[in-house]
Design a protein around this ligand. Structure first.
Ligand SMILES: C[S@@+](CC[C@H](N)C(=O)[O-])C[C@H]1O[C@@H](n2cnc3c(N)ncnc32)[C@H](O)[C@@H]1O
Length: 233
């Protein structure tokens, strides 16, 4: 692609992900923590011979990274943001795919419609930054489990911290980040318990953005805390 034309096109798009398109051109994504998040999720260094499904991929940073790490096939799926339902669109994903000469596939599909019949089963599934957008978190995880052959990498906002029992905060309005598309804030115990309930045999919290001795905050104000979890079938 002509570099000046690419630069000009990049500037017409509102990006969520900063994506390195080469030769020093990085898309101006709003998620300035993307490199820290990539380190946090501990995506395997090599994905050679593995198929990867990236659910809620948006601009596709993690899909392109999985391809860069050698995945044999990567499918990026999304619905809301690709529709322009929020402030983003699918234009970023499409432009980055062209600029990177990527073979990442795409499919518009809702989380609740994921199934072996609709998308197939993948060795590695990424479910990053999506669970708290789900009105039906357990049902969503059931669908995610149905398309995971081996290894799920999940990152989510968490709430109800300092409570040992599984608990999920419900955001009926705009309680979390003034965003009406945020519905549920599970605590870490709930994330683990839900993943076991939907059929993962081993579940490990691999990173937390808060201390172990955090106390429950009865004010009900959601805090910007998150966990990353790896789970295996
Ligand atoms: C916070 S963004 C996370 C994007 C990316 N996975 C990341 O971690 O940076 C949430 C994504 O989930 C998608 N999403 C929200 N609800 C969805 C649904 N019901 N079905 C499919 N995707 C959904 C949004 O469109 C958006 O792209």
């Amino acid at each position: 692609m002509d570099r000046e034309a690419l630069k000009a096109e990049v500037e017409t798009i509102q990006w969520w992900h900063p994506i390195d398109l080469g030769d020093g051109l990085v898309t101006p994504g709003a998620d300035v923590h993307i490199r820290a998040r990539l380190a946090e999720i501990r995506m395997p260094d090599t994905l050679v011979g593995r198929s990867v499904l990236d659910i809620g991929a948006w601009d596709g940073f993690f899909s392109f990274e999985a391809e860069r790490r050698g995945a044999s096939r990567v499918l990026a799926t999304d619905s809301f943001c690709w529709d322009g339902g929020g402030w983003g669109t699918k234009k970023g994903f499409e432009l980055a795919r062209r600029a990177l000469d990527s073979r990442v596939e795409d499919k518009w599909i809702q989380v609740l419609d994921l199934s072996p019949e609709s998308v197939g089963v993948f060795d590695v599934v990424l479910f990053l930054g999506v669970l708290y957008h789900m009105r039906h978190p357990l049902l969503s995880l059931e669908r995610v489990a149905s398309v995971t052959g081996d290894h799920l990498i999940l990152q989510t906002q968490v709430d109800m911290l300092g409570i040992d029992r599984p608990a999920v905060a419900f955001y009926p309005k705009v309680e979390l980040n003034a965003d009406p598309t945020n519905w549920s804030g599970p605590n870490p115990a709930a994330v683990v318990a839900m993943l076991r309930t939907v059929g993962f045999s081993r579940v490990e919290i691999i990173s937390k953005s808060f201390p172990d001795d955090i106390a429950f905050d009865p004010s009900g104000e959601p805090q910007p805390n998150h966990v990353t979890v790896h789970a295996w079938k």
